[in-house]
Every structure is written in C-alpha cells, then in structure tokens.
Write a protein that binds this ligand. Structure first.
Ligand SMILES: Cc1ncc(COP(=O)(O)O)c(C=O)c1O
Length: 444
C-alpha cells in the first residue's frame, strides 16, 4: 500500500481555518487534533459509499461514517435523488410540507415509544427539547443523566460543581458560559448500577424531572438493567428518556428500546435517521407530547423538508436493503478480522462491542503509552488509506472487500505498534502529536 500520501492542501486549509474558525471544526470529534495531525486527511473533496477522497486526491476507506450520521453510505443515490427532487419543489416555504406528516407516521410505526413526534435539526438540540418537555410535564427541575447528550446548558451544568462529565464525555471540560445558578440541576449516574441510581432517587427523587440515558452504545446492557431503570422511573414519577442519537437505526429499526423490550416515555433520535441531512426527532407517548403544543419550542428551520425527505427515504432503504442484518454480518466479520490480525502480530488489542458499532481497545504496560498507541494506530492506518480509530460506525456500504483491505492495513499497523512497543520507541514512530483526549464514554 502507498504510504507516501501527502496532505499539503489539507494542511494549508487547516492553517487558514485556524485564523477564522476557533477549533477549525464545529464538532469536537472532527477537530484535526483528535486524529493524527500531519498525516490524517483534514478536508474532504468528495465521498461515496464507504470511501472519502481528500482535497489532495488521496482515497480512503472510512469507518467513521461521518461520526455516525451515514447509515446507508455516503452520497446514497436513492436518498440524494429524493433530496434533489425536494429541492426542486421547495424546502422551506411559509406553509408546511406533507413530508413531516409521512415521516411522523413512519416513526410511530417503527418506534415503540412513539405516539407523537416533534422535529428539530440535531441530537443535542433534541435532547434539550426532551429535557424541557420532561421539566414542563413534571414541574420539577433536576435531571439525572448517563452518557453524552450534547452541548446545551442543562447538560454542561453538571460540571459547575465538579468534574461530573469526566466519565460521560471527557476530562477537563469547564462549564464556561453556563449560568452558575444551574449548579446542582444535573447529576450523572453510572451505567449498569441500579443501586447507584436508586440512591440518587431516594435522596430527592421528588425533585427529579427525568432520567435521560444512552440505553446502549457498543456493549449489551446488563440483563435486567434497563427494566430496572424503567421500574425506578415509574416508582419515583420520573420521565424516562432514551437518547438514541447514536444507537438509533443501527441496533434495530425501532432502536434499543425495541431490541431490549423496554419502552421509555420519550426518546431522541438524530444522526443515522437521515443519512447525513440534518434532522433530529423527539418521539414519545401522547401523555407527555400533547402538552408540547402549549410550550414555546419553535424554530424556523425545523419545518424544512430536506431532512424529513431524506429520513423518509433512509428509513425505507434501511428496511428494503436489510441493513440491520447487514451490519450484523459485516460487523462480525470486521471484529473477527481485526482480532485475527492482533493475534497474528502478537499485539494485545481486541475488537469487541456490537457489530454495528464496535470498538478497538489496546492493553499497554504503562498507562502513559495508551494515547500514543491510539494515535499511532490512527496515523499508520491513514498512511495505508484507512480512516479508523478506536470507535467506529458501520454503514450499509461497508462490505467484505472493505473489511479485507482494512484487515491488511490494520495488520501492518499492528506490526508497527508491536515493534515500537517492543523497542520502546513509540515517540520515534509518531509523526503526529499525541491526540487530544477523545470522548470517554461510560456507556461503551
Ligand atoms: C447519544 C448522543 N446524544 C447526543 C448527541 C449530540 O448530537 P449532535 O451532535 O447531533 O448535537 C450525540 C452525538 O454524538 C450522541 O451520541
């Protein structure tokens, strides 16, 4: 494989971006400092299926699927044709478009907790709306959360009194700009520990509006756990919200709630719902959602027809193309192949987790080597034309060929890492600075 890829144009654009765009990217996970800076491509020229071409003309197999939204594949012909047709007919007018009605009906058909639906444009926004609905419904202020739920004040307020987001997001986030008056309004609970959640509810459950949680990411929920959370929410009169922004439409068409057989009161979807066109959805039981009519939850672009049209076609394609079993089949193959390569090279690395959203973990003797190994992994994969870090999302265009090309590249990368570890020369092997800390999730 060609390891002499140059990314000069990407780096020149990045230098210009830093002058005018703080952080260079809008999503922290897309910041170039979170990949292998100097080696990983930074700017895409085009994408198709599971491939990205950068502005320097290099081609890559990509396993991050746009950090989640791409569920069918980049530039899916069917979705894009429907979106183009919608653009020709009009996307935002001063009245409504029927697409939202059709999409609401489809979501109600697919998702167990869905009786009514509201739309917005992103996952964090959808979480903020769900929390507002729960607060409005209960007349209570406090929120218990588990996982990552976006950037809004209600969530970052958790860090006003300490490092409460450390295990749910990452270390060192300062709640800059979040009103100090919100201190104490949002508290985390550890995933999988019903006793810990019950202790929090026993101490002031009557002030808690909602439990919002990622029901699952990569690992299976412990047996009975989600049922236990459901029972606690009922016992304390607390609204249960599942944040399915990352799990939605990959584990099952009806979300983890369908897969696990546990129905929350409200749920939040975004990302994969519309294969890359902005859309978020808050769905829930009528008892909670009907009151939204009286609440001020309103924005001009939330009625736009592009995201809704893209979602309608994406949801149909997911069903017609059998994407859920496809994720299972290709994801299982991927996990097996990565584990075979690790074993062949004798590196302590393992690929585990759900087939649609696996993760790769390294074991090192010295904890301070871990970030270096992870950066080297991204660096050496990028040199070999593969965009792959320790977390990934499958999409419908990943196939056996992509797994095979990636397996060969990762095998070579593992050899580089094993040799660098054995020779104690990780620093010499790294061209890139060590990555900034990436999301550290409690819900793996
Ligand atoms: C579970 C979960 N909730 C909320 C969000 C925030 O979504 P968005 O980036 O669309 O605002 C994310 C994004 O990764 C997520 O994974």
């Amino acid at each position: 494989m060609d390891k002499r890829r140059r990314i000069d144009r990407s780096l020149a654009l990045y230098a210009r971006a830093k002058e005018h765009i703080p952080g260079a990217a809008q999503l922290i996970s897309r910041r170039p400092t979170r990949a292998a800076l100097g080696v990983s491509p930074i700017y895409a020229q085009r994408s198709k299926g599971c491939r990205i071409w950068d502005v320097d003309g290099n081609e890559y197999i990509d396993w991050h699927s746009g950090v989640g939204p791409i569920v069918l594949g980049y530039c899916d012909d069917e979705v894009d044709a429907a979106v183009c047709e919608q653009i020709r007919r009009g996307t935002v007018t001063s009245i409504l478009d029927e697409t939202q009605v059709l999409l609401a009906e489809e979501l109600v058909r697919l998702i167990p907790s869905a009786e009514m639906v509201r739309f917005c444009k992103g996952g964090g926004e959808a979480c903020a709306i769900a929390v507002r609905i729960a607060r409005g419904f209960t007349g209570r202020d406090r929120v218990l959360f588990c996982g990552y739920h976006g950037w809004h004040d209600w969530y970052l307020a958790a860090n006003l009194g300490g490092e409460h987001l450390a295990n749910h997001l990452f270390n060192g986030i300062e709640a800059i700009g979040v009103p100090a008056a919100l201190e104490g309004t949002a508290a985390p609970f550890p995933y999988g520990d019903l006793d810990a959640l019950e202790r929090l509810l026993a101490r002031g459950g009557d002030e808690v509006a909602c439990i919002i949680m990622e029901p699952m990411r990569s690992e299976e929920p412990p047996a009975g756990y989600l049922e236990g959370v459901r029972a606690l929410a009922d016992r304390y009169g607390v609204v249960l919200i599942f944040d399915e922004v990352s799990s939605g439409f990959r584990i099952a068409l009806g979300g983890v709630q369908e897969y696990a057989g546990v129905t929350p009161d409200l749920s939040v979807f975004a990302k994969a719902i519309s294969n890359g066109y902005p859309l978020g959805a808050i769905v829930g039981k009528k008892a909670y959602m009907a009151g939204v009519e009286q609440m001020f939850i309103s924005s001009a672009y939330w009625d736009d027809a592009i995201g809704a049209r893209a979602a309608l076609v994406t949801l149909r394609a997911l069903q017609e193309r059998g994407c859920i079993p496809h994720f299972h089949r290709v994801g299982t193959l991927f996990r097996e192949r990565i584990n075979e390569e690790a074993e062949r090279v004798g590196l302590r690395a393992a690929c585990a987790g759900s087939a649609a959203h696996p993760n790769i973990r390294f074991e090192v003797e010295r904890p301070e080597d871990l970030k270096k190994v992870q950066t080297l992994f991204v660096q050496e994969n990028a040199r070999r034309g593969v965009l792959l870090s320790t977390g990934l999302f499958l999409n419908g265009s990943h196939d056996e060929e992509a797994v095979d090309i990636t397996g060969r590249a990762v095998g070579e990368t593992f050899s580089v890492i094993a040799q660098a570890l054995a020779a104690g020369c990780l620093d010499e092997a790294l061209v890139s600075p060590v990555q900034d800390e990436s999301f550290r999730r409690q819900v793996l």
